[in-house]
Design a protein around this ligand. Structure first.
Ligand SMILES: [Ca+2]
Ligand SMILES: [Ca+2]
Length: 309
């Protein structure tokens, strides 16, 4: 069932922007320099080069989702999850207003009887389970050539529970309404546009599929829409809006559980298990990021997740 498709995008973005922090406010704790720069990996446009649109320039570069191996007296620790987006072009890219989220569906057979994701057969749309907005006008968040934008589940140093330090992340996902998520003051918050998760944005440790979206890339008559599916409300997104995406499933036998249509990602990637401290990271050849829209070829597994590589 589709509800108010034409109005959704505008409503979501305008309401989210209304509560955004001032991007150039010295009193904003996320921007102590008052220069509109949210953190490392982003910069204001002082060099004079015109920031470019994201399509064809930004890619998902690393997804650390598996959670940490037992460390520091705890196990099943996943608050150290992060997603890194890289500008693989030689021009600065305007990233304010971009959307990012996880695609609906199971990573594989988690419980007996789990079935593959039927929505992946729709080659014209992707179906987002949760959706976040990078706040600000496009030029207020600029990713310089070769640089990354790091998005943390929690923007803090996760030592001693994990080796991952996200205290210098560009953004974090803060779930105010849960009452159980911490708002780390030095890391700016993404704006929540559509939320189906729990006390924090846990992307499944079995393997999440992640997409970056730009509404500016939508064609004439194309818009986001809400759809109801298996008891969930999802955001249906035309594939034209997909800047980049990666399909991550449970294991090498779970290809039938792809969440993304082949029009977006022809393959899939995976880790060796949950709570392994593993991430998937985009391959580089001769110093260049590999992007063939086939995650089977474009990603490799690492046991050393690193927000700052
Ligand atoms: Ca959080
Ligand atoms: Ca924060």
């Amino acid at each position: 069932m589709t509800k108010a498709p034409a109005l959704l995008a505008l409503t979501l973005v305008s309401s989210a922007l209304a509560c955004s922090p001032d991007p150039a406010d010295p009193a904003d704790p996320a921007d102590p320099a008052g220069d509109g720069e949210a953190g490392t990996g982003t910069d204001t446009n002082e060099a004079g080069a015109e920031p470019q649109p994201p399509s064809g320039r930004l890619v998902v570069d690393e997804v650390y989702f598996t959670g940490s191996p037992p460390l520091g007296g705890t196990d099943h620790y996943f608050s150290d999850q992060f997603i890194a987006v890289r500008n693989i072009s030689d021009e600065p890219v305007a990233a304010g207003g971009l959307l990012l989220g996880d695609v609906f569906g199971l990573a594989g057979v988690i419980n007996p009887g789990d079935e593959p994701n039927a929505l992946a057969e729709d080659g014209e749309h992707v179906y987002m389970h949760n959706l976040w907005l990078i706040p600000g006008e496009p030029e207020e968040v600029v990713i310089e050539p070769g640089e990354r934008l790091v998005i943390a589940q929690d923007g803090t140093n996760h030592s001693p529970l994990s080796t991952v330090d996200l205290s210098a992340a560009d953004f974090e996902t803060f779930v105010a309404e849960s009452g159980q998520d911490e708002d780390y003051p030095t890391v700016a918050n993404l704006e929540s546009l559509h939320y189906n998760a729990g006390f924090d944005w846990l992307i499944t440790v079995f393997g999440p599929s992640v997409a970056i979206l730009s509404l500016d890339a939508l064609g004439e008559g194309e818009a986001l829409a809400y759809v109801d599916h298996q008891g969930w409300t999802l955001v249906q997104v035309p594939v034209a809006a997909v800047v980049d995406a990666v399909d991550i499933v449970k294991d090498g036998e779970s290809g039938a559980f792809k969440r993304l249509p082949a029009t977006v990602d022809q393959g899939f990637t995976f880790a060796s298990g949950t709570y392994t401290g593993e991430a998937v990271v985009r391959r580089r050849e001769d110093g260049h990021s590999v992007d063939t829209n086939d995650s089977s070829a474009d990603f490799e597994l690492t046991g050393a997740p690193n927000p700052w590589r």
